[in-house]
Design a protein around this ligand. Structure first.
Ligand code: SF4
Ligand code: SF4
Length: 367
């Protein structure tokens, strides 16, 4: 029965999404966007907002991945993994466990705590769970975000529900353009139509209310409920279910699209993990200072999960005036200014940031 596998996949997905904010690497969430500092904690490293090329690469990878999955597996995302489907399926199967099938009222009551948890989970991807829980009903922004998200999620799931998949979802609209004749779909076997019992069990269970016997519909979310319902009727008679998965997964398109997607994913991971542990930027300030004096603004980004002790020096023939040592906590950014005094004729200076096994040089002009 497909339902068993689908529920297992959905539960694992729900556990993963809810549990991820609790996983901590080097003292920070495994995956969280820090709005205050505009940086993304990403499994032990940090991606700063200024690194927009990484964001573009990630978007490109996601587009490739979505195209590949849709072209090969059809609407598998919609029926098996989409949070919208998962939440509705879980609330409906919980309602069924209470012995009340097809009751919208019970489902909607169950959706209240479920959407509250989803609302909290969404905030945990921006504010760490302990801080969220401390701020709930104490801090105005956290409480307001929680209540507004909860309200909107509840309205969407309870009153729009599956209609969202059929009318609003942009992914549902674009995916049919990616289908080809071998894409995995659920199809009714028309050649055996004369042996079909026409019991309409497949129609009654369909969450989007379509009749698979009438042919492939763009509204079908490939949930396989109709296969299970039909199996319950046809298997006791020694027949295979009339609706079933149809398509070819292993074909040339799978290999070349899968290969390109995997290569793009690996390249993205390599770019992220092979970045230097530290980024050092320095520019000369455009200001009028006495002869032989120049001021510079510097920014140091610690991309690693380690504390870095660093010292800033400059050469040749210049003296650094002011504080030139700094300690950077994991994933911290530090900004400051430094004054240089020349002891001769200097046109160019070389700054060196050294310490904790790192040595970085940057050149800048001197007037
Ligand atoms: S459940 Fe199966 S046997 Fe019954 S109408 Fe649907 S396809 Fe035919
Ligand atoms: S036709 Fe079958 S697979 Fe498609 S949405 Fe309905 S029950 Fe799910």
């Amino acid at each position: 029965m497909w339902k068993k596998y689908r529920r297992t996949v959905q539960l694992l997905q729900a556990l993963l999404i809810t549990g991820l904010p609790f996983i901590r690497i080097n003292g920070q969430s495994a995956l969280r966007f820090d709005i205050g500092e505009l940086k993304l904690y990403f499994f032990g490293t940090v991606i700063w907002i200024r690194e927009f090329y990484l964001l573009l690469a990630a978007i490109l990878f996601m587009l490739l991945f979505i195209t590949f999955v849709t072209a090969v597996f059809g609407r598998i995302w919609c029926g098996w993994l989409c949070p919208q489907t998962v939440l509705l399926d879980l609330s409906e199967s919980l309602a069924a466990r209470f012995g009340i099938k097809n009751s919208k009222t019970v489902r909607n009551i169950l959706l209240l705590p479920i959407t509250a948890l989803v609302s909290l989970t969404m905030i945990w991807y921006f504010v760490p769970p302990p801080e969220t829980m401390k701020g709930l009903f104490v801090s105005l922004p956290v409480t307001a975000f929680f209540l507004v998200l909860w309200f909107l999620l509840y309205l969407e799931l309870a009153f729009l529900g599956r209609k969202f998949c059929m009318s609003i979802c942009p992914y549902a609209m674009m995916q049919n353009a990616l289908f080809d004749k071998d894409t995995l779909v659920i199809e009714y076997d028309k050649s055996r139509d004369d042996t079909c019992m026409k019991c309409d069990s497949c129609v009654k269970v369909c969450p989007v209310g379509i009749d698979i016997k009438a042919g492939l519909s763009t509204r079908c979310i490939a949930c396989a409920e109709c296969i299970d319902a039909c199996s319950a009727k046809s298997e006791p008679r020694g027949l295979a279910p009339f609706p079933n998965y149809k398509g070819r997964i292993l074909r040339a398109k799978t290999y070349w699209m899968g290969g390109i997607t995997a290569a793009a994913g690996m390249l993205l991971l390599l770019i992220i993990t092979l970045r230097p542990p530290l980024d050092f930027l320095i520019t000369r300030d455009q200001e009028q200072l006495p002869e032989g004096l120049n001021r510079y603004s510097w920014t140091v980004y610690n991309n690693s999960g380690k504390t870095l002790d660093l010292e800033l020096s400059a050469a040749p023939d210049v003296t650094v005036i002011g504080e030139h040592t700094l300690t950077l906590k994991p994933y911290q950014v530090a900004r400051g200014k430094v004054l240089l005094k020349a002891s001769g004729s200097v046109q160019k200076v070389r700054f060196t940031l050294i310490g904790s096994g790192i040595s970085i040089h940057k050149d800048a002009g001197f007037l």
